[in-house]
Design a binder for this molecule. Structure first.
Ligand code: TPP
Length: 323
């Protein structure tokens, strides 16, 4: 952990935000199992400290982009759960009018610019967004989230090069959950692969955080964001984390894991960690479960709204098109 200790009020707020992402995902899993979600879904359970820790270091005017696993990024940037669940259920008041699904989260009102499932493609797009911010003299930065698998795509290395050359206000957040689908880091990279050396070699700053620890992610993200804003120089923040569920479906497949067993993941779980910290701060378990109950109630209300919302009309097929 780094940075000065967090006060109780800040910890509770972080807990509430992370818990919202967790409970929202748990309820979405149920909808998925009931076959109410048509699109492919990649759940974010386990990685909440990354999205919340980073987005808590940003301002509303900063822009965020994500990947195929972006429910958490979207919500952490202030996106509406009601619009998210409507989108997943294919309803017309979804964030992309029910036509994008889970992998195409977008909400320009909170500067969540979009998520793109083509691995690695988010990096150059985010660099373009950051270029506009610098070119037009805005005091804002862009953050992009992508996984360790995506970080191996060639276009990401090209982005490092141009981002450093043009000194872009860009924060690239790598969520290293150790897998690209079921493929392990050691089966994809030489034992001598060193991301810090690579990133710094291109001329960007590099930091590594414990992605299961809100405080560590947040304090490192905050320090980088301040530097990026002041100096207009890009940085990479690599967050080591775990996804609790399978890549997508079947949701609970565990056979490809070795050291990151279910027991190990639960022991290191970000929400468990922050609730233990709150208990150390004198917050009772009763208070924590009351927060969980009211969080779930608000989520269920939005799901109820979504389930009774209309599907897009046929002529909506011809809107929001580039042709
Ligand atoms: C260019 C490209 N190649 C392959 C895929 C198929 N694919 C989708 S997700 C995924 C694994 C992604 O792993 P990572 O980037 O680490 O993110 P995670 O799923 O672990 O969050 C792959 C190979 C894709 N979407 N795009």
């Amino acid at each position: 952990m780094s940075g000065t200790a967090l006060d109780t009020k800040t910890l509770i707020k972080a807990y509430e935000r992370m818990l919202f992402l967790r409970v929202a995902q748990q309820e979405l899993v149920k909808l998925y199992m009931e076959k109410k979600i048509f699109s492919m879904v990649h759940f974010y359970i386990g990685q909440e400290a990354v999205a919340v820790g980073v987005c808590d270091a940003l301002q509303l005017s900063d822009k965020v982009l994500g990947n195929h696993r972006s429910h958490g990024h979207y919500l952490a940037k202030g996106g509406s759960f009601r619009r998210l669940v409507c989108e997943l259920l294919g309803r017309s008041n979804g964030s992309a009018h029910g036509k994008g699904g889970s992998m195409h989260m977008i909400d320009k009102s909170v500067n969540f610019i979009g998520s793109t499932p083509l691995l690695g493609s988010v990096a150059p797009i985010a660099a373009g967004v950051a270029f506009e911010q610098k070119y037009n003299g805005r005091n804002a930065i862009t953050a992009a989230f992508y996984g360790d698998g995506a970080s191996e795509e060639g276009v990401v290395y090209e982005t490092y090069n141009l981002a450093a050359l043009y000194k872009l206000p860009l924060l690239l957040v790598i969520e290293n959950n150790r897998f690209s689908i079921n493929s392990k880091l050691k089966d994809r990279r030489s034992a001598r692969y060193n991301l810090k050396t690579i990133v710094e070699g291109f001329g960007l700053r590099y930091e590594r955080a414990d992605g299961n620890d809100y405080h560590d992610v947040h304090s490192k993200a905050q320090a980088l964001v301040q530097e990026i804003r002041a100096k207009k120089e890009p940085a990479v923040l690599e967050c080591m984390t775990y996804r609790h569920m399978a890549h997508s479906t079947p949701l609970t497949e565990e056979s490809y894991r070795d050291e990151d067993t279910l027991e190990h993941r639960l022991k290191n779980d970000s929400l468990k960690r922050i609730s233990n910290q709150l208990i150390e701060h004198g917050i009772s378990e009763k208070k924590l479960s009351a927060i969980e109950d009211s969080t779930r109630a608000s989520i269920l209300k939005d799901i109820g709204f979504a389930l009774t919302s209309p599907f897009p009309v046929k002529r909506a097929l011809y809107t929001d098109m580039y042709v």
